[in-house]
Ligand binder design. Sequence first.
Ligand SMILES: Cc1ncc(COP(=O)(O)O)c(C=O)c1O
Length: 401
Amino acid sequence: MTELQPLFLRHLAQTSDEPLLLEITHAKGCVLFGPQERSWLDLISGISVSNMGHGHPDIVQAVQEQAAKYMHVMVYGEFVESPQVQYATWLANHLPGEIDSVYFVNSGSEAVEGAIKLAKRATCRTEIVSFQHGYHGSTAAALATGGNEERKRAFRPLPPDNLILPFNDINSIGQISHRTAAVLVELIQGEAGIRPADEAFIQELAYRCRVVGALLIVDECQTGFGRTGKMFAAEHYDLKPDIMILGKALGGGMPLGAFAAGKDLMQMLTTQPVLGHITTFGGHPVCCAAGLASASLITTELLQQVEEKGKFLEEKLHHTAIKEIRRRGLMMVVDLPDEPFNKAVIRRMITKGVVTDWFLFHDNGLRIAPPLVITVPELEFAARLLLESLDEVQKELHSVN
Ligand SMILES: Cc1ncc(COP(=O)(O)O)c(C=O)c1O
């Protein structure tokens, strides 16, 4: 144990009995550094956040300059703060369809809460439809939309009137009705272990929403900002959602979430009641400055490289322990035989100097979501250590059985 680890366990609220417990002294590019000259290649971007790597000079400069100019000056939505305005303008120019109004909040969950409120307010309906194995956050309304009953049971009653349908099941779409305020969907389910929505399913969903007058909310917390090889995953489907949920990489490493919609729709939060959604810190100027600096680094060339790098890594991963690989760009899962096997591989990789992780609803899947700027030699290193770890764990588990 280092000096800090017992204090971490004693004084920081824990989320599980088995935290990864890596102590980080500093981070640069795709590498995390710890005490006693330890270092780890970051294959998860903590999680799907640090798309431009750690300590990118443009992002650090943006943070430093904005912190020196001003930090918090007023609750969200009152003062004209240049980083918010500039970033919202950038987003309006890059988000799909007619979306041109951005409501900044502090996290992905909070963005989901805001979007659900907006949908209820706009449609005067109450039902929210979402999908099995989906994940939209841990706050009450976001949790209620989650597609995993085990994670909800202890916290009931949650906000009511949620209908959870099977994902990718076109036949169930007919259950979306004139009672439905909104349908909330991930285009690639992240915590379910990288499950892309079928093209036909999404097109049918969008059509059904139009027919019954429900709003389509697309959650791009994990898939946004180049992760899948497009700026937003909606582009893979040529989809124009009514509301988009953003988070994670949105803040370039600082805490930031947003829901975004067309101006007329968003305007509804200003009346009946006035101040329909408010937040003290939403759109913190330092976070917006960092987010804009990060988003501005996503070039067409980088987006192309994301797909190439993902393919490069996937092609290196051949092993009898690998059951399946699912991937879009650098959003990837390697399915292993079972949970103990997966956890043993993850622990072994950490010992060897590579950080990876599993998924909330997919215990036997190894998560690969590195910074988008990861280099080819780093990917070769990651692949070599993963294959080595698979060999070692396979031998070890065989010798036990
Ligand atoms: C798709 C998706 N939506 C929402 C969230 C919630 O975001 P946050 O943890 O910032 O509240 C997450 C977090 O993992 C997510 O993956």
